[in-house]
Design a protein around this ligand. Sequence first.
Ligand code: HEM
Length: 354
Amino acid sequence: LPILIDDFYAEIERHPRARKVITGGQAQIERLKVTLLSWMRELLSGVYDAAYVARRWRVGLRHVEIGLDQVYTNVALSRMRAGLSACVQMAWEQDQPRLGAALRALDKLLDLDLAIIEDAYQYEYMARLQASERLATLGQVSGGVAHELRNPLNVVKTSIYYLKNARGSDPAKQQEHLNRIERNVEAADRVIRALSSFARMRPPELQSVDLAALVQRVLEENPPPGAIRAEIHLPGDLPAAECDGEQMGIVLANLIRNAHDAMPSGGQLQIHGRVSGDFVEIDVMDNGVGIDPEELPRIMEPLHTTKPRGLGLGLAIARSIVEKNKGTIRAVSEPGRGSVFTLRLVASQSRSRT
Ligand code: HEM
């Protein structure tokens, strides 16, 4: 066994990427040689109980801790297998039937050991991956929240500064700043409500909702910026939809704001409404940048965002709300031409509107 062990570490010395995890120099190699010798003795000891498995499992765990890629353990084990097989062959040279049995037994032991080490690798690796993914998600969410809140807070700050310093100024101007503060506090509140509504969406209160009036209200709250023209084509006899008006307001606001964002250098926002069987459909259409075909299937996943900043919750919230309201939302898009988001809700039987 010591010959195999010397060969094992001589081989490691020849592979810098494996060698670099041995940070304690020759002293550590000598210690590792002792460890490996007892590992090999244990392999051949014949006692394979739970404590044995736990000790073997630790090898994988320890290797993950020191950052040793699993491939090195695998090839090292293969080298060790070749050496041990040669020893077994020498010992049973004269007895072929027992040689075959001994080689099979050795292979089985080494395969099981490798499986245990691999299991530890995967377990530990997955645990680390999940922890780092959680941290990345947390970073993304906090970055998005910070960005979304910074804008309204800055406006509030500026208006407060004006009100404090411009005493005796035009009352109309003062009123304008007070209104601006109110609007932006509401905007900040909406961000917080969107977050908590995603975390814990209340069940919808289904009512007959006049979608034309709702679209109108949402558009007033989210006016198209500068060079964007909005056109609304909602027939006067469009039936009311069976949904939660407040929740559907959040959905429409998301779709309309996304359409605005998709047209940074201006364009046309169109909102069409129609009846389709027992459903009412609303299209929110833009002629903006469009969405890549590879992106399209993922745009409604939480935390998926194509915007440089933003939470990536808007469409995920929209979809989750719509589904709870027994509706659907779908998107078609063409890069460079624009996108259409279609909201489909159950038409109210009563046709009475709220
Ligand atoms: C058949 C393959 C291998 C086996 C059976 C094996 C076995 C072991 C064992 C039993 C331990 C001690 C685990 C514990 O702390 O409980 C260990 C740790 C370690 N192994 Fe391996 N090993 C293998 C491959 C490798 C390879 C290819 C390297 C590459 C450099 C390596 C480097 C280390 C290092 C640096 C430690 C930590 C030592 C310390 O705590 O000081 N091992 N290994």
